[in-house]
Design a protein around this ligand. Structure first.
Ligand code: MN3
Length: 211
């Protein structure tokens, strides 16, 4: 199975001024593309390893892969999955959480504002490179978790320690913001709230609670 670079749902400059066009173009066209390329190279070296598995299935079953490619698939497959999820969780169109998601956020974090503060604090306290996630843990209960490197909730609990159905993520690698924001991670995180695709996060929530 050969994976490809999923196109963005919007133009590279559509997230301006919150994420600049150059950052989006390099992040998607170079960083994400490199993960796709290296994932394909790893799988090509063990042609029978992946079979017809989707990327999600592959990441949920890293244990079953040959030792020689497991780490490459974890890092690069995780990189592909996480970035696809990330871009689809952003949008230039202003949107709001559904009533159901808003209720769940208030029940889990006290208030919407408190959720944003806790999510931002998680992103700011992440040491090195990684991701912060909003996940649904069953019964509509939500939590915030972090994954290092390109680890992903798609890898399930065994590896990522981030358990649940992901609804939203922020990429906290410096490549996600350094061109425009330099070392000001907090300012970047603050700006991201303007472009969260709450419509999609709400759909993800709806699907997660139905499971
Ligand atoms: Mn990234």
């Amino acid at each position: 199975m050969k994976y490809s670079l999923t196109p963005l749902e919007y133009a590279a400059d559509a997230l301006e001024p919150f994420i600049d066009a150059e950052t989006v173009a390099i992040h998607h066209g170079k960083h994400q593309a490199a993960y796709v390329e290296k994932l394909n190279a790893a799988l090509a070296s063990e042609p029978n390893a992946a079979g017809d598995l989707t990327l999600s299935e592959l990441l949920a079953n890293l244990d079953s892969l040959p030792d020689a490619i497991r780490l490459a698939v974890r890092n690069n497959g995780g990189g592909v999955w996480n970035h696809e999820f990330y871009w689809r969780g952003l949008s230039p169109e202003k949107s709001f959480p559904s009533d159901e998601l808003l209720v769940a956020i208030r029940e889990s974090f006290g208030s919407f504002e408190n959720f944003k503060k806790m999510f931002a604090d998680s992103a700011l306290s992440l040491f090195g490179s990684g991701w912060v996630w909003l996940v649904e843990n069953g019964g509509g209960k939500l939590s915030i978790c972090k994954t290092p490197n390109q680890d992903s909730p798609a890898m399930l609990s065994k590896i990522s320690g981030c358990i649940g159905a992901p609804l939203l993520c922020f990429d906290v690698w410096e490549h996600a913001y350094y061109l425009k924001y330099r070392n000001a991670r907090a300012a970047h995180i603050d700006a991201l709230w303007n472009i969260v695709n709450w419509r999609r996060a709400s759909l993800r929530f709806e699907r997660a609670v139905k499971k």
